[in-house]
Ligand binder design. Structure first.
Ligand code: NDP
Ligand code: DXP
Ligand code: MN
Length: 390
């Protein structure tokens, strides 16, 4: 029986992961489930999947979690140290699905077990790609990409080294505001930006999809995970979200990954890897789909893509700065402190402010402390830029 832990169990990816595990419960034993503030869901998941331990990231939520688990025999714990301890409990396969840089330290801890980390938390690669991959190598752990595009690239490569790829294309739906006139974007609300045309995901990634910060992060993620040079990585707008990634080879042939907009296909692939297992996603009917369309992204409309190219060029801790500023700007947009179009301005201003900083220019593999420092500096720079907007 494979031992499974899910970090970020109460979120969109966490729920889809547990859905697959629950359909084949005889094959898996659930070790640790972690969540944030959704205590009712975390306790329900822990009971249903007979987890060893349930952990909330927030100390103040512990009394509620204990109450919700009373009589179940399931351990309850809270706080950052408990999250790390949960990630350290022996498991054969761990899903990393906490949102944001908060997922980095638990993911690194899980890698130190030398088993398999299914990586949905793209921020880990954006902020600390070299650290994450070096940690996996040092401990003999496998990192399997779960982001749909990266799962698609991984599958299209079919075990070949990424050096075999002449080009890699990842697709972008264009997000909730794809067809809005550009002058309206500045006035988009949290609700409007948070309605994805195709995927059902958490609020933060859905808004990142509308700014194309999600795609910007995915360009960096492709570079960091596969080691593909930036000039071989492209993003293309594909409103149908059916083709997720395309890998082109030196003979001009291309292999694409297609699937419905249901993350269970990417999660299921990582869960059953290296074999293939049954996954209950809708089967595509091409005659009904009719056409699949593609067009170039407008970098004037979506500056995030240009910023991602700057990050890949600069290397070092610039990814941590980019992500920290983006998280701060997104928090401020959700809190209605800044407008939709301000988010990219704030990130660019923070990147510019820190571009010459010695704390960010880092040539060796950064450690977690360096990454956290760059993240903090970026959040402070973003706050200064937002204060200047007011
Ligand atoms: N959703 C999707 O389809 C896809 C998601 N991803 C990536 O996967 C990750 C998860 O996304 P998604 O599932 O949509 O996100 P959700 O917001 O739906 O879920 C996030 C999870 O993280 C927990 N969490 C939030 N903040 C913290 C924190 N500070 N410390 C510890 N745990 C925390 C939440 O707990 P609670 O809700 O209980 O507060 C929840 O369990 C992201 O990195 C995202 O970019 C990648 C590809 C597709
Ligand atoms: C499902 C998934 O992988 C998301 O990251 C998806 O890519 C979001 O859609 P966008 O193409 O709109 O960014
Ligand atoms: Mn994706």
């Amino acid at each position: 029986m494979r031992r499974i832990s899910v970090l970020g169990a109460t979120g969109s990816i966490g729920c889809s992961t547990l859905d697959l595990i629950g359909r084949d419960s005889g094959a898996f034993r659930v070790v640790a489930l972690t969540g944030g503030r959704n205590i009712a869901r975390l306790a329900d998941q822990a009971r249903r999947h007979r987890a060893e331990i349930a952990v909330t990231a927030h100390d103040e939520c512990l009394p509620d979690l204990r109450a919700a688990l009373s009589g179940s025999g399931i351990e309850a714990a809270a706080g950052q140290a408990a999250l790390i301890e949960a990630a350290d409990r022996p498991a054969d396969w761990t899903m990393s699905a906490i949102v944001g840089i908060a997922g980095l330290a638990p993911g690194l801890q899980a890698l130190r077990q030398g088993k398999t980390l299914a990586l949905a938390n793209k921020e880990s690669l954006v902020c600390a790609g070299p650290l994450l991959m070096a940690t996996a190598r040092a401990h003999g752990a496998d990192v399997l990409p779960v982001d749909s595009e990266h799962s698609g690239i991984f599958q299209a490569l079919a075990g070949q080294d990424a050096g075999a790829a002449e080009r890699v294309v990842i697709t972008a739906s264009g997000g909730a505001l794809r067809d809005w006139p550009q002058e309206r974007l500045a006035h988009a609300t949290v609700e409007e930006a948070g309605r994805h045309p195709n995927w059902d995901m958490g609020q933060r990634i859905t808004i990142d999809s509308a700014t194309l910060f999600n795609k910007a992060m995915e360009l960096i993620e492709t570079h960091e995970y596969f080691g593909i040079p930036p000039d071989r990585i492209e993003a293309v707008i594909h409103p149908e979200s059916i083709v997720h990634a395309i890998v082109g080879f030196r003979d001009g042939g291309l292999l694409a990954h297609l699937g419905p907009a249901d993350m269970r296909h990417a999660i299921g692939y990582a869960l059953h890897w290296p074999a293939r297992g049954d996954v209950p996603v809708e089967r595509l009917d091409f005659a009904r789909l009719g056409a699949l369309t593609f067009r170039a992204p407008d970098e004037g409309r979506w500056p995030a893509l240009r910023l991602a190219r700057q990050v890949m060029q600069a290397g070092g801790l610039s990814g941590a700065v980019f992500n920290g500023a983006k998280e701060a700007a997104l928090d401020a947009f959700i809190a209605r402190r800044i407008g939709f179009s301000d988010m990219a301005r704030v990130v660019e201003a923070a990147m510019d402010a820190l571009s010459g900083s010695t704390a960010v220019a880092h040539n060796a593999v950064p450690d977690l402390e360096n990454v956290r420092r760059a993240d903090q500096l970026a959040r402070q720079a973003a706050e200064r830029s937002m204060a200047a907007l007011a």
